[in-house]
Design a protein around this ligand. Structure first.
Ligand SMILES: Cc1cc2nc3c(=O)[nH]c(=O)nc-3n(C[C@H](O)[C@H](O)[C@H](O)COP(=O)(O)OP(=O)(O)OC[C@H]3O[C@@H](n4cnc5c(N)ncnc54)[C@H](O)[C@@H]3O)c2cc1C
Length: 297
């Protein structure tokens, strides 16, 4: 199956996630065009194989048993970025940092907040990625994709139903192929200065030198997850190779090889915070794949 797409077989997902964790995907493919994505869905449908879509893997915990079926990653080959007037049109695999840099070069402001988010345009549409008061919902005017039935789909900002770290993609399950960002003309120097300021702030506060998936938990209404975790004395708390970062308690980092440790740490932090301060933390990261069955261990 999937030979014509040069699929990697039994490919460890730890090679494709920023957490450096995750068991094997049965098949991993890197489409070069929307047409190829359509053909992949057709082949997967013919064999009744489930399909999972990923970008840069910067918001994913893939479990140790890996992912059954086909994994489509747009992050390698669909990275084109072009400018048309006040818009930037980027393919789904383009990294947000590159899109923000291209916008700055073109003297277009609005994506400064996104320049340090280490994900693709596709992942950012699903997550409504945001930082420092900005989010995708403020700058995205159109999103194009392919549905699991192989049909093209094109949604405007309202139809995307962006919310806090969510969009309609979670419910409709289409693959983003391209997004249009409508931006404001500004001085390229000033745009670059703002980007540099935000990225310096990020480097000062976040453990960027250690494998993570960014903030592990969503911001609970009226609180900050990091402050609650810190308040419970959990900075540095570890289970196996998974640890609450000493630098930023909202980041759980990985120094090991087992997703099961990471998952256990997430659950433990949730339980302790709920018991001590009465707030239920919800993961922001997406947990996908299968746990190892006991006979595999
Ligand atoms: C150090 C660090 C800092 C971070 N800082 C921030 C931050 O400030 N703000 C923030 O919002 N996030 C942050 N993140 C999290 C992450 O970078 C974002 O959520 C990002 O948008 C995920 O993009 P990705 O391409 O890595 O997607 P992935 O992690 O690969 O996937 C995330 C979700 O998007 C879906 N998806 C991916 N590509 C597509 C596609 N083409 N079509 C349809 N669905 C798709 C996947 O199915 C999955 O559900 C950070 C992560 C790290 C490691």
């Amino acid at each position: 199956m999937f030979e014509s797409f040069n699929a990697l077989i039994n490919e460890p997902m730890s090679r494709h996630t920023t957490l450096r964790l995750g068991g094997p995907a049965d098949y991993l493919v890197f489409p070069r065009s929307p047409e190829e994505i359509r053909a992949m869905f057709t082949e997967a449908g013919a064999y009744n194989v489930p399909v999972t879509v990923i970008g840069h893997g910067s918001n994913l915990l893939v479990l140790d048993g890996g992912i059954r079926g086909l994994v489509i990653s747009v992050s390698k080959n669909m990275r084109g970025i072009r400018r048309e007037g006040n818009t930037i049109i980027a393919q789904a695999g383009a990294m947000l940092g590159s899109v923000a840099a291209e916008a700055a070069e073109a003297g277009l402001s609005g994506l400064e907040f996104a320049s340090g988010i280490p994900g693709t345009v596709g992942g950012a549409m699903t997550m409504n990625a945001g930082a420092y008061g900005g989010e995708m919902a403020q700058v995205v005017t159109r999103v194009n994709g392919i549905t699991p039935e192989g049909k093209p789909i094109s949604l405007n900002n309202e139809e995307m139903q962006f919310g806090y770290r969510t969009s309609v993609i979670g419910r409709m399950n289409f693959v983003v192929t391209e997004a249009v960002f409508t931006l404001m003309p500004d001085n390229p120097e000033w745009i670059r200065e703002r980007m540099a300021e935000l990225n310096a702030k990020r480097a000062e506060k976040q453990p960027l030198d250690q494998p993570s998936a960014g903030s592990t938990f969503k911001r609970p209404e009226g609180y900050f997850a990091a402050a609650l975790i810190d308040q419970c004395g959990l900075k540095g708390y570890a289970i196996g190779g998974a640890q609450v970062s000493m630098k930023h308690a909202g980041f759980l980092i990985n120094n090991g090889e087992r997703s099961s440790d990471f998952l256990e740490l997430i659950r433990k932090v949730q339980q302790i915070v709920e018991d001590r301060v009465g707030v239920k933390l919800e993961p922001e990261i997406r947990i996908i794949g299968e746990e190892l069955s006991t006979c595999d261990t």
